[in-house]
Design a binder for this molecule. Structure first.
Ligand code: AMP
Ligand code: ZN
Length: 506
């Protein structure tokens, strides 16, 4: 079997921390520890959110394809994520309770279920672990206690804060100037007068002040004059740090998230994790750019926060959205419009059609081969074994090109272009299919299944189409037209294309 690692090829990743593409060197040879910040389960995730999760799926599949054993974690945030991303605003879970009633747990269960149904529809592989923040409160409390002991955190009556002046190079990820950009890390709005620096961020919120009516809270060993038993809830940033530590270890290979996480959430994760563990937290920071809608930010109030079910209601196959996401690099913004999605649908259907024609031809020639070898009656077992013999091999030249493209900071749109090159190439059709299905391990478009489903073009039609192809190469245009008409009279339409021809039902 082809092994990219053994072939000594190099994988390049763009690291936000160094602001350049770097050679990927995993902590343990051949293994990747990969964490992505997951959804806050208080609402149906929109297609912008889904872009982030499809993109990490491309990354994870690419690394597996290249020979790495990937351990992938994506969490569920079910407490502590405030509406501002920093320390201002209300807990998103409570916002949802106000909106639709029920308990935070019921809200989390409901939206986790919708999310998992959507990720399944989009062919996103299941993570190795899917931790919920609320399951880690005891570990979070331990870590906050250690940060206090080590002198990195301090209490006020409202919260336990991380003191950013104690962090080594607090702004190393974002490169922001905290003096100039007070709205960047943490929050500029000093709601708590006892806070030391405006940008200090909360590790633990006491059930006091604006959070006096918090619906989710736990006792803690921390003290505040305003609450009994240290009651409160964890901050969003420490949740990720602790889940990473408990499930993957103190240093991981890859941490991914949206670009908006650079100045606040990830900056804070680094500060507290490195203070807690005394070692580098993450070796490679990957950030995906945003999906826009009609050129603007996706927004509920503008009516552009479409969900996957909105797309399904308009009869879009979820894989069309996946195909659409392939058209832009993860570090580029992508603009969603219904016209662009329609274009993706045409592209996806065209691709399936091209593949199903090749699959039909391959099936036909394997049957022909069988009947030629054994004239007269052909038993089904003979057909099965002959068909098996005609299964192709992944083309090594295309495979090497593909590996290089996806190993260069995940060039998925170039990989899609390479797939078109395979279709147009003159390698044997069985090898074409094998190569395409091999690429689909990364693309996740269900190409084999879709081609087989639509591979209902009768052998007779394929035979006529092949005769027409011969007639055209002999420049026998009248015969070619005659055959086209015959195909049409049988209910099929044939179109010439750069890859030969395409047939569809009329
Ligand atoms: P949230 O549920 O708000 O925590 O968001 C879940 C994920 O979706 C985060 O990783 C965000 O970075 C990502 N995200 C939110 N909006 C967009 C967008 N318009 N395009 C791409 N990713 C987004
Ligand atoms: Zn996170």
């Amino acid at each position: 079997m082809f092994n990219f690692l053994k072939s000594k090829k190099v994988v390049f990743l763009y690291n936000t921390l160094s602001r350049k593409k770097e050679v990927f060197r995993p902590i343990k040879k051949g293994q990747v520890k990969f964490y992505q910040c997951g959804p806050t389960v208080y609402w149906t995730q929109h297609i912008g959110n889904m872009r982030a999760f499809v993109l990490s799926d491309f990354m994870r599949r690419s690394l597996s394809y290249l020979g790495y054993k990937v351990t992938f974690i994506r969490n569920y945030t079910d407490v502590g994520h405030l509406t501002s991303d920093s320390d201002v605003g209300e807990d998103k879970m409570e916002k949802a309770v106000k909106r639709e009633g029920g308990s935070p747990k019921e809200i989390a269960d409901k939206y986790t279920k919708i999310f998992e149904s959507d990720t399944n529809d989009l062919n996103i592989l299941e993570p190795d672990f899917k931790p919920r923040a609320t399951e880690f409160v005891a570990d979070i409390i331990d870590s906050v206690g250690i940060l206090i002991k080590k002198g990195f955190a301090y209490p006020t009556d409202l919260a336990i804060y991380f003191d950013i002046s104690k962090a080594k190079d607090y702004t190393k990820l974002s490169g922001q100037n905290l003096e100039e950009n007070k709205s960047g890390a943490g929050n500029a709005e000093v709601e708590d007068k006892q806070k030391r620096n405006p940008a200090d961020f909360a590790l633990w919120f006491f059930k006091a002040g604006k959070h006096a009516n918090a619906l989710q809270f736990w006792p803690s060993p921390f003290t505040s004059s305003l609450v009994k038993n240290g009651e409160g809830f964890p901050g969003w940033h420490i949740e990720c740090s602790v889940m990473v530590k408990k499930l993957l270890g103190n240093t991981i290979d890859i941490h991914m998230g949206g670009v908006e996480h650079i100045p606040v959430h990830h900056t804070n994760e680094i500060a507290q994790s490195e203070a807690l563990n005394g070692v580098t937290f993450v070796n490679y920071w990957l950030h995906n750019e945003w999906l826009m809608a009609d050129g603007g930010k996706i927004s509920k109030s503008v009516g552009t926060a479409f969900s996957l079910s909105d797309l399904k209601e308009k009869s879009f196959n979820p894989l069309v959205l996946r195909y659409f996401f392939m058209q832009a690099h993860y570090r580029s913004k992508q603009n969603f419009t219904w016209e662009a999605l329609e274009g993706a649908r045409n592209g996806y259907e065209h691709l399936i059609n091209q593949i199903s024609v090749i699959a039909s031809k391959a099936k036909q020639s394997s049957l022909l081969l069988s009947s030629r070898r054994r004239p007269g009656s052909i038993s089904s077992s003979v057909i099965a074994s002959e068909t098996k013999q005609s299964i192709g091999h992944t083309d090594p030249t295309f495979k090497t090109k593909f590996s290089k493209i996806i190993g260069d900071d995940f060039g998925i749109s170039q990989a899609l272009a390479l797939l078109q090159e395979v279709l147009k190439s003159d390698i044997p059709k069985e090898n074409k299919l094998a190569t395409i299905y091999d690429f689909d391990k990364v693309l996740g478009l269900d190409l084999q299944k879709a081609a087989e489903l639509s591979e209902n073009i009768p052998d007779e039609i394929i035979k006529l189409a092949e005769e027409r192809k011969l007639a055209r190469s002999d420049k026998n245009w009248s015969k070619s037209d005659e055959l086209r008409d015959k195909i049409a009279s049988l209910g099929y339409e044939i179109k010439d294309s750069s890859a030969g021809y395409e047939i569809s039902k009329k």
